[in-house]
Design a protein around this ligand. Structure first.
Ligand code: ARG
Length: 659
């Protein structure tokens, strides 16, 4: 109903009976509903609110409003054909052809071009609500020196979809990857590397920028774990870790103050190790992000060697890239952590506790925020507070949003409260967009948090590779035509495989735990990514089929664009148009609630309705003998294709022409 509601209400506001009742279009629009049964009319108006205001019975109001003739049109075709009162409601019969023309026209105008290259410009459902406002969106945010685990998939995909959906509503969205690249753990990692791989330390001391050679992230995590294991027996290793971290910290501080030479060769060596570990991790992350079609851009200031500041921030840059601003940034480049600590002391918000400096945000029986650890280092919370301050100021944003799993709920409650205690009223507008777990089937048949196939947690990259490989197999088996075009086949395998994983992740409410079931995800029928893409492709093939028929029969290749909606007489066609009309409202709500599943569900409904329409029209076919009917139906097919394409892109999927 959505994009029809406003024009219907406007038309009703011109009816004499509505004018007499003094009802405005906005008031009318707010009371329009879909009747529960189809034979009750196409749209109904509830009269309860009007009756209450006038102090009369709803049934009386309904009878009055429905009385009288439908007024003459004012040039444009009338959308409403008649009204009947039914108890407290007025049921309206719509001029379906006029309504359908309105909806299809809106889709056609906002989605020009027929090729998938045109699709990124399609903007059906665009809104203005966010105009002039900036939202800073923290998403993905993995920790370096650890593999990108499966749970980061959810943050990445939900975050990316939110970015696109908010942008569609006019927001300027600055995406930030809050890389976990700082913390005392890195002291242990460095100590471990030096202990088990002495050549690493030597190379770093000699100034080698790649002291870790060809090490992978897997080696880094194993080194860290081995060191931690050994630490349980040898307490002195704890100090070794602290010492390495202090050296690293001092070097970076000196570097930022342009006095790097004063910090000594050991600090520099640790910095080279840390930096190389970060680069190794980023290269690995980037492979996965490329799979997903997402690009993050290192915030130039983070580049400690060049200290380049990006002064111009063209809007396109923020649309096309999210930024890496790692936790280290707030300790080094901006010195904001110290600022937070100073403020907390001055405002007497912080207190000392066992050698650490803490803020109790939720009473003494809940754990406090740790600002300074007992070894003098900053903590996760300190850096998050600094990051919030930076985001608020630098990007001039009132709305800070964090796409992070539900396990960190307390962390964010404390963060927002802590900011408030420091006098930042805008903290009230921060939001933790949480989500449920990704569950895997275990050998015993139960569903659990992580699959430990071959003793290793499932890595995000493996998962995506596996999905793509499975689709490759399906193409080889089922579509030899496509398989012969190796390049195209690879593109399709990629889009469908990754799309399968993404759609599975986004189709149910984000707070739900998601079951990762290969058979279901890769199913080409049902509520799956492959099925959605398949429907999109089918719509394209029908249009092509029309082109062929049009050539043979001299209809004119693009004649479907003039398709007359009066030809679309079937109820299932009308239902389908109503679903398309609903898309803008679904998108608006999905954006407002940070809930991509609302868009996914709208697409599922469109796809399902399309499929039942096709099944039911087998006798008459979409493209048949009747030129006028074929034109109108292909016009509808085209609108479905655009809405599906638009929606799938908003969810972060890649479109394909063939499958
Ligand atoms: N690095 C953290 C993790 O992997 C997530 C960070 C989320 N963002 C934030 N601003 N705290 O668990």
């Amino acid at each position: 109903m959505d994009i029809l509601r406003a024009p219907i209400a406007q038309e009703l506001a011109r009816w004499p009976s509505f004018r007499q009742a003094g009802l405005t279009a906005a008031e009318i629009q707010a009371q329009l509903v879909r009747p529960p049964k189809r034979d009750m009319g196409d749209v109904a108006l509830g009269c309860f609110v009007f009756a209450k205001a006038a102090g009369v019975k709803p049934n009386e109001v309904a009878a009055k409003l429905a009385a009288g003739d439908v007024p003459p049109d004012n040039g444009a075709p009338r959308l409403i054909e008649g009204a009947t009162a039914a108890g407290p409601y007025v049921n309206f019969k719509l001029n379906r052809a006029a309504c359908m023309a309105l909806v299809l026209g809106a889709i056609e105008r906002s989605c020009p071009g027929e090729n998938i290259e045109d699709a990124p410009q399609w903007n059906f459902g665009a809104g203005e609500e966010g105009k002039g406002k900036t939202l800073v969106l923290d998403f993905s945010s993995p920790n370096i020196a650890k593999p990108l685990a499966v749970h980061h998939l959810r943050s990445t995909m939900i975050g990316y979809a939110i970015k696109k959906m908010r942008e569609s509503q006019g927001w300027r969205v600055v995406g930030i990857n809050h890389l976990g690249d700082w913390g005392t753990g890195f002291g242990k990692l460095i100590a471990g590397l030096k202990k088990y791989f002495p050549e690493v330390g030597q190379r770093a001391l000699a100034g080698d920028a790649r002291p870790l050679g060809d090490m992978t992230v897997q080696v880094l995590i194993e080194t860290y774990q081995r060191f931690n294991q050994e630490l349980k027996q040898h307490e002195d290793l704890e100090d070794a870790g602290k010492r390495e971290f202090a050296l690293l910290e001092r070097h970076i501080e000196a570097l930022m103050a342009d006095r790097a030479h004063e910090a000594g060769p050991e600090g520099k060596a640790n910095f080279l190790i840390w930096e190389h570990a970060r680069n190794i991790s980023l290269a690995e992350f980037e492979r996965v992000y490329a799979h997903l079609g997402i690009s993050f851009h290192l915030w130039p200031v983070v580049d400690l060697h060049r200290k380049r500041v990006l002064t111009e921030e063209p809007e396109r840059f923020f649309r096309e890239n999210a930024l890496y601003i790692g936790e280290s940034y707030y300790v080094t480049a901006e010195d904001l952590c110290r600022r937070i600590i100073a403020d907390a002391l001055e405002l007497k918000v912080a207190e000392e506790s066992e050698g650490a400096m803490v803020i109790y945000t939720h009473g003494k029986d809940k754990p406090p925020i740790i600002l300074v650890k007992n070894d003098g280092a900053t903590a996760y919370h300190t850096r998050d507070m600094a990051a919030a301050l930076y985001r608020h100021r630098h990007f001039n944003s009132e709305t800070l949003v964090y796409v992070v799993g539900g396990e960190q709920r307390l962390h964010f409650q404390q963060l927002f409260k802590g900011l408030e205690l420091l006098g930042h009223a805008w903290a009230g507008q921060c939001a933790h967009v949480d989500f449920g777990l990704l569950l895997f089937k275990q050998p015993d048949g139960k569903w659990a948090k992580a699959s430990t196939r071959a003793g290793r947690v499932v890595m995000l990259e493996d998962l995506l590779d596996e999905a793509v490989e499975a689709v490759r197999g399906i193409i080889r088996e089922k579509n030899q035509d496509l398989a012969r075009d190796a390049q195209q086949a690879e593109r399709v395998a990629h889009a469908v495989g990754v799309g399968a994983v993404v759609f599975n992740d986004l189709k149910s409410g984000r707070r739900n735990d998601i079951k990762f079931d290969w058979d279901e995800i890769l199913n080409f029928t049902g509520e799956t990514g492959p099925y959605m893409l398949m429907q999109f492709v089918r719509m394209g093939s029908v249009t092509e089929k029309f082109h062929e028929a049009a050539r043979l029969k001299d209809w004119g290749a693009h004649a479907w664009k003039q398709g007359d909606c009066a030809q679309l007489k079937r109820d299932d066609e009308w239902e389908l148009v109503l679903l398309l009309a609903n898309f803008p409202e679904a998108l608006r709500r999905a954006s407002a609630d940070y809930e991509p599943s609302i868009v996914a569900k709208a697409l599922i409904e469109v796809a399902a309705q399309t499929s039942s329409w096709w099944t039911n029209t087998k006798d008459t076919r979409i493209v048949g003998e009747d030129a006028e009917l074929s034109k109108a139906r292909v016009r509808l097919v085209n609108a479905v294709r655009k809405v599906l394409g638009r929606g799938l892109l908003l969810l972060g999927m890649t479109l394909v022409e063939r499958m």
